[in-house]
Design a protein around this ligand. Structure first.
Ligand code: ATP
Ligand code: MEV
Ligand code: MG
Length: 333
C-alpha cells in the first residue's frame, strides 16, 4: 500500500480572476487529505471516502472509464462526489502507461469539502502521487502538479486554473499566472479561517463568473481589477519591501478583493456575515476564499479577537487559525 498526503489552501488574493490569466497568491495550510492506494489484480477501482457528504459510502466499479458504481443515490451526486478521484486515477494510469491498472483507494481528509480550502486539489494531488508510486513511478513535483491540474480541469469542464493544484503539490505560498507557477517566500501571516458548514460547487461558480464577464464589460473589468490588486498585494508581500503597516495594507487589499468577488456574485449571506464579524473584531481584513457560494472566509488578525468573534457568529460553524503548510505533497510511511 502506498500513502500520500497533500495540503489544502487559502487564497490571499486572486481566486476566480486566475482562471482568466490574472495572477493569484494561494497559501497552503496545515489541513491535509491523505490517500492510500493499493494496486489490484484486475482493472477495477474501489473507493472508500468516508468524509464525503453523502454520509460515507463505498463503491466498486469495473473497467477503465465506463463502469459506474451501483449505489442507491442519484448519478449526478455520485459523479460530483467521485469526479476528482476518477480523474486522478485516469492521470495516474496515463502517467505510467497502464490504462488497465486497478486500485483500492481510501481517502481521509481534514479539509471540508467544497468550502474553498482546496479539498479537490489536495485529493487529486495526493491520489495521483500515491497511485503512480504504487505502480513504481515517482513523478517529479511539477509533473504531478501539471497532471493534477489536468484532472481538475477535466472535472470542472475545462474551467480551472493551475493555482490550487500547484499550491497543494508544492506547499508554502505560491504565485500563479496562467502557466507561470512559482514558489514565493512564505510570509508568516496570522491567518484565521471561518467556516459556515456549507459548500459551493466550484464548476458552477466559475461558470457564473464566466457568463457575467461575457455579458458585461464592467464584469470583465472587475476581473482585471482583481489582477491589478494582486500585483499590488504581491509587492507588499515581498520581504524586501516589508514595512510597518504591511499587515494593515494587506488586510485592506483583502477587503477590497472580497468586495470585487461579491460583485461577481460568488459571496453569500453567511460568508458576508463572517467577513463583517472579523472586521468588527478588529481583523486587518477578511475575504471569502476559493470558489465561494458558501464555505470559508480568511481573515488577518494577530490577536485572538477574530477567532473569538467568529466562534460566536451565527452562521459560523467552525473557526480556526490556519498555519502555513511548508510541505506540499508528502510521501507518508
Ligand atoms: N475527502 C474526500 N474524499 C473524496 N473526494 C473528496 C474529498 N474531499 C473533496 N473531494 C472531492 O472534491 C469535491 C469538492 O471540490 P470543490 O472544488 O467543489 O471544492 P473545494 O476544492 O473544497 O473548494 P475550492 O475549489 O473552492 O477551493 C468533492 O465533491 C469531491 O469530489
Ligand atoms: C475559483 C477558483 O479560482 C479557485 C477555487 O479554489 C477556480 C480555479 O482557480 O480553478
Ligand atoms: Mg476545488
Amino acid at each position: 500500500m502506498t500513502v500520500s498526503s497533500a495540503p489544502g489552501k487559502v487564497y490571499l488574493f486572486g481566486e476566480h480572476a486566475v482562471v482568466y490569466g490574472e495572477p493569484a497568491v494561494p497559501c497552503a495550510i496545515e489541513r491535509r487529505a491523505t490517500v492510500s492506494v493499493e494496486a489490484r489484480d484486475d482493472d477495477h477501482v474501489r473507493v472508500e471516502a468516508s468524509d464525503l457528504s453523502l454520509d460515507g459510502f463505498t463503491v466498486e466499479y469495473a473497467g477503465a472509464t465506463d463502469g459506474r458504481p451501483d449505489v442507491d443515490v442519484p448519478a449526478s451526486l455520485v459523479e460530483a462526489a467521485m469526479g476528482y478521484v476518477d480523474a486522478a486515477v485516469e492521470q495516474a494510469r496515463e502517467a505510467v502507461d497502464r490504462p488497465d491498472a486497478g486500485f483500492d483507494i481510501s481517502v481521509e481528509s481534514s479539509i471540508p469539502l467544497g468550502a474553498g480550502l482546496g479539498s479537490s486539489a489536495a485529493v487529486t494531488v495526493a491520489g495521483i502521487d500515491a497511485a503512480t508510486r504504487e505502480l513504481g513511478h515517482e513523478l517529479p513535483v511539477r509533473e504531478l502538479a501539471n497532471r493534477a491540474y489536468r484532472a481538475e480541469a477535466a472535472v470542472q469542464d475545462g474551467q480551472a486554473s493551475r493555482a490550487d493544484t500547484f499550491c497543494s503539490a508544492l506547499g508554502g505560498a505560491v504565485r500563479v499566472e496562467g502557466d507561470d507557477c512559482r514558489a514565493i517566500e512564505a510570509p508568516n501571516l496570522p491567518l484565521v479561517v471561518g467556516f459556515d458548514g456549507g459548500a459551493g460547487d466550484t464548476g458552477e461558480l466559475v461558470a457564473g463568473v464566466r457568463a457575467l464577464k461575457a455579458e458585461y464589460d464592467f464584469a470583465a473589468d472587475t476581473v482585471s481589477t482583481i489582477g491589478n490588486l494582486v500585483r499590488t498585494g504581491e509587492q507588499i508581500l515581498d520581504p524586501e519591501n516589508e514595512a510597518e503597516g504591511s499587515l494593515a495594507e494587506l488586510g485592506r487589499l483583502m477587503n477590497f478583493n472580497h468586495g470585487l468577488l461579491a460583485s461577481l456574485g460568488v459571496s453569500s449571506r453567511s460568508l458576508d456575515s463572517m467577513v463583517w464579524a472579523a472586521r468588527e473584531a478588529g481583523a486587518h481584513g477578511a475575504k471569502l476564499t476559493g470558489a465561494g457560494g458558501g464555505g470559508c472566509i480568511v481573515a488577518l488578525d494577530p490577536t485572538p479577537e477574530t477567532l473569538t468573534a467568529l466562534q460566536f457568529t451565527p452562521g459560523c460553524e467552525e473557526a480556526f487559525r490556519a498555519e502555513l503548510a511548508t510541505d506540499g505533497v508528502r510521501r507518508e510511511a
